[in-house]
Design a protein around this ligand. Sequence first.
Ligand SMILES: Cc1cc2nc3c(=O)[nH]c(=O)nc-3n(C[C@H](O)[C@H](O)[C@H](O)COP(=O)(O)OP(=O)(O)OC[C@H]3O[C@@H](n4cnc5c(N)ncnc54)[C@H](O)[C@@H]3O)c2cc1C
Length: 507
Amino acid sequence: MVPKSRDGYVWEKSTGVRPGIETDAVISPSRSVVGDSSKVYDAIVIGAGYAGLAAARDLGELGHNVLLLEARDRIGGRTYTAKKDGFIYEMGGTWVTHHMGYLFREMVRYGMDRDLIETGSPEKHNGYYTLDVPGAEKRKLSHEEAGALQAKAWDAFVNVDGRFGRTLCPLPHAMLDNPIVDRATVEQWDQLSCHDRYEQIKHTLTAEEQGLLVSLLLHISGGNMKNSSLWDMIRSHALLMHSTDNFGDVWLRYKLRDGQTELAKRMFNDAVKNGVEYSFSTPVTAVTQAQDKSFSGKSLVTVKATNNAVFRGRKLITTIPLNVLKDIKFSPPLSQRRQEAINIGHVNQMTKIHADVADPELEYWNGCRFPGLLMYAYSDGVLPNGHVHLTAFGADERPHFVPEKMLEKTIEEFNKLHPMDIKRLIFHNWVTDPYSQGGPAWWQPGYMSKYQDELQSRHGNVFFASADWAHGWRAAIDGALEQGVLNARTAHSEIKSATQRKNASKL
Ligand SMILES: Cc1cc2nc3c(=O)[nH]c(=O)nc-3n(C[C@H](O)[C@H](O)[C@H](O)COP(=O)(O)OP(=O)(O)OC[C@H]3O[C@@H](n4cnc5c(N)ncnc54)[C@H](O)[C@@H]3O)c2cc1C
């Protein structure tokens, strides 16, 4: 039987909406620690998403004493796989590619690099696309035609330098400091919003192309046109090797056959095999760095959790998402700049909802309706009972769209995209979730120039690792792994040298 998490929602006509979802990501028993307050860990890692799993696993493997603390009852954070009636649903992070270096390494390590499936059906060309945008007749078109319209519009948008960003963002993993483009130029471009760029190019597009472009930009950023940074789109295009031909193949095509949770589980099991201790359902509230009298004046990091538990470590790696960090009390306080960055946060407040429908003709359908609470939906597989699986996305629609409280509205929105007979909805509301408070991080104009270096920097013995401020694939699984790996490496070398110094002084 698949265990049930507290996370997520399932709606069926017969039961209404119910919180909790079946997923192998649940860890049971939830604790391996006994709560020994006299214990000092080499490192404490907060958060069991991909950043935290990579950091804890690597430090455990290097022989350190590690404690992993997680607020939820499960691993995976913003990436986990629900299971229902023999079908898997990716609730957050979904698509993978061999072009994501940190992720590819994990897929190879755990033997999952060949276990991929394609999104949608290979027979998709038998179906159609529905397009409903302002200034154009609502119509059906082929997937090929819709793809071409969108590609033309995206190309116009990202071609900021006549070379599709090659001269501005040649090395997307080194945006601010690279040997080709000086920082001042990047910072200047970073001030622009998607709205600014759209105003420059919209006259070159038809109404259909305009509608497809704006909805795509909002689908990606999860914000609005004015608060979504243009630079993040330029960076994304650079990560697609500056070519729209790679848009689908690199970004939206391949999924792990056995689901994201299978990869996360293998990492977690590896960590535990290497002695990593853990405590789930343990939300952290405060982090204090001080010389601890009870430990002969050693400089330690003390972590407090809501259940009054206290844990001590020499180093701390926090992977708490950007929009959640404001809820944690740091002592000594964080720098003014980091606190400012945290208070502003990121803008992605997206919606993602799975629907199982009893309409076989939708097996090969995709649709876009803009504006709309759900702007996009695409078909992605058929359940063993014959129902077609659809996934839909919306951008920031706060406060008037809260799917778990507005089921009729949600069903209505799906039906505005295409008439359908919905049998079940499965979703996780990342916006109302206190441990994410948003989707994958999308920054505001100017945010990278001002805050990226600070967000990536350490605060004494506290390291900050999150996909939300990764160097390259920010807002992606690869970025989370990058941050976990890099911060674990620094923490390791410092723990190792401190141990060597201590041993040398004993001789
Ligand atoms: C809907 C959606 C679709 C996405 N699609 C893709 C995709 O297709 N491909 C892709 O590469 N990426 C995708 N992403 C992005 C990707 O999922 C994330 O960037 C990545 O999973 C973030 O990993 P992380 O470890 O940095 O953060 P998280 O996964 O958020 O992990 C942080 C952990 O910290 C925990 N935590 C928070 N507060 C506390 C606290 N106070 N105490 C203890 N623990 C706490 C959280 O519960 C969480 O488990 C998507 C994300 C979403 C939401």
